[in-house]
Write a protein that binds this ligand. Structure first.
Ligand SMILES: CC(C)(COP(=O)(O)OP(=O)(O)OC[C@H]1O[C@@H](n2cnc3c(N)ncnc32)[C@H](O)[C@@H]1OP(=O)(O)O)[C@@H](O)C(=O)NCCC(=O)NCCS
Length: 189
């Protein structure tokens, strides 16, 4: 990794209804409470332990904070304005050598279907394209994960491929999307 440039610290981002702030150790209890739900995990990577262990959130938090300290990945806690409580998470990272995938997210099911993840994704995408000047984002979801696919469609991403992938719910197919900076800026103009 001779050309590795560490990412800057995760900035706080604001949208109409949300504050996206850097993920923090104090978020562990909220994650351990919200995250272990089948509808949240079924379309996530099989690398997530399931059934979710009692120390799952703490273990994952330690890994995230280490990766962030090394400048490898951004991690935001999604909070509703007026409360600092974590209600979801959105992550962003530069294109890895081994796969076309640069973002991940999940949201408390109590908040689904209100356009909140689209709002968070737009803020993170603005950061990637306008502040970091990244030329594109590769995005993925399980083919059956229509809600996640819909977020990509709403952002103007184009499907560019499908590949087999292991999900918590078993063998599946991954949908790969490309969102270019040019297309995203043109849509927002
Ligand atoms: C994916 C996820 C983050 C979306 O969050 P959200 O805040 O509900 O998303 P939004 O409201 O911004 O957009 C969801 C869109 O999907 C649509 N949708 C939801 N379920 C759907 C379904 N079963 N079929 C078709 N469309 C569906 C919604 O109607 C909405 O589209 P619209 O605005 O055109 O009506 C949320 O469902 C989640 O946390 N899922 C579990 C974790 C996960 O799968 N993460 C992504 C891994 S790739």
């Amino acid at each position: 990794m001779t050309d590795f440039t560490p990412l800057p610290p995760t900035p706080t981002l604001e949208t109409q209804r949300l504050i996206l702030r850097p993920l923090a150790e104090r978020d562990v209890p909220a994650i351990q409470y919200i995250f272990p739900q089948w509808e949240l995990v079924k379309y996530l990577s099989a690398t997530i332990p399931w059934p979710y262990p009692a120390n799952g959130a703490a273990t994952n938090m330690a890994e995230c904070l280490e990766k962030r300290a090394r400048g490898e990945q951004f991690y935001w806690a999604i909070t509703l304005k007026g409360s600092d409580d974590l209600r979801g998470r959105i992550d962003l990272w530069p294109l890895p050598a081994d796969r076309r995938d640069m973002r991940g997210f999940w949201l408390d099911p109590l908040l689904h279907g209100q356009g909140l993840m689209t709002e968070a994704a737009e803020a993170v995408t603005a950061y990637a394209f306008e502040r970091l000047a990244w030329p594109f984002l590769y995005l993925t979801n399980a083919v059956g994960n229509r809600a996640s696919a819909r977020v990509k469609e709403k952002q103007g991403a184009i499907e560019v491929g499908r590949e087999p992938f292991q999900y918590v719910s078993g063998e599946g197919e991954k949908q790969i999307w490309l969102l270019t900076r040019e297309a995203w800026l043109a849509r927002r103009a």
